[in-house]
Design a binder for this molecule. Structure first.
Ligand code: NAP
Length: 244
């Protein structure tokens, strides 16, 4: 699989890092996207290399189309033989507030990263997947985008929109050998949830704990693998039974 890359947005930390490691174990070389945390991105690169695969950190803000195109075009020029076989749209942020108090900035930035980010990166990558007539896209969405969560109208709207986009795009590109799926985590222990009290919230979760990033990345790995060859347009919940 030399030169067959997976691009993981927000691969520097949390769920994205574990996805990078899972896909490296499956034999992919990894492009680790990050926005600002070069130290953590370089750490992910090192961990992938320890698994014997190539890895490179690539900085861009997924919400800014010109940055996405500029950086990915430069990477393609420098790596003419490499192909991007897998795209994991994982970059995401939350800026919670009650809707009544929500600022334009809180609304816009959360939608820009998740939804516009999905659009910018997927639009660029799917072009080559369409010509190769193969490829796999996995979008990391959320329980919030399925169930809705109070205090997260912005985040729920963004993730719900990406779920709808997953289903639509899967129907557009299936004939060209490209599968598009999503994973919807519940509460997963990462930097994003560090200010959420697990002792209190775990009482609502049938499995009585927060999930681990590895428990999300293993499902991403499954969706990308030939074992999932007949699955597309699907959203798999990983939430400890919190919502079914
Ligand atoms: P995290 O630990 O906060 O990591 C976020 C990652 O996204 C970092 O790698 C960060 O890069 C990157 N990122 C943020 N904004 C970006 C931008 N504009 N452009 C490029 N990269 C950007 O988050 P996480 O918990 O692993 O979450 C990963 C995904 O899972 C997100 O989409 C999140 O919404 C979703 N999710 C998480 C949970 C949970 O409980 N943790 C639940 C459901 C869904 P830097 O390191 O450079 O800042």
């Amino acid at each position: 699989m030399e030169g067959k890359f997976a691009l993981v947005t927000g691969g520097s930390r949390g769920i994205g890092r574990e996805v990078c490691l899972e896909l490296a174990e499956m034999g992919f070389d990894i492009l680790v996207n990050y926005q600002g945390n070069k130290t953590e991105a370089d750490k992910t690169v090192g961990l992938v290399k320890e698994k014997g695969r190539q890895a490179e950190a690539i900085q861009f803000n997924v919400a800014v189309g010109a940055e996405v195109e500029g950086q990915l075009n430069a990477w393609k020029t420098a790596n003419p033989k490499a192909t991007i076989e897998v795209l994991v749209n994982n970059a995401g942020i939350r800026k919670d507030n009650l809707f009544f108090w929500m600022s334009d900035e809180e609304w816009d930035t959360v939608l820009d990263v998740s939804l516009r980010g999905f659009y910018n990166v997927t639009k660029f990558i799917v072009k080559d997947m369409l010509s190769m007539k193969r490829g796999n896209i996995v979008n990391v969405v959320s329980l919030s985008g399925i169930k809705g969560m109070p205090g997260q109208v912005n985040y729920s709207a963004a993730k719900g929109a990406v779920i709808a986009a997953t289903k639509s795009l899967a129907q557009e590109v299936g004939r060209r050998g490209i599968r598009v799926n999503a994973v919807a985590p519940g509460f997963i222990a990462t930097d994003m949830t560090e200010n959420i009290n697990e002792a209190e919230f775990k009482k609502m979760i049938p499995l009585n704990r927060f999930g681990e990033a590895k428990e999300v990345s293993s499902v991403v790995g499954f969706l990308v693998s030939p074992k999932a060859a007949y699955i597309t347009g699907e959203v798999i919940s990983i939430n400890g039974g919190l919502y079914t």
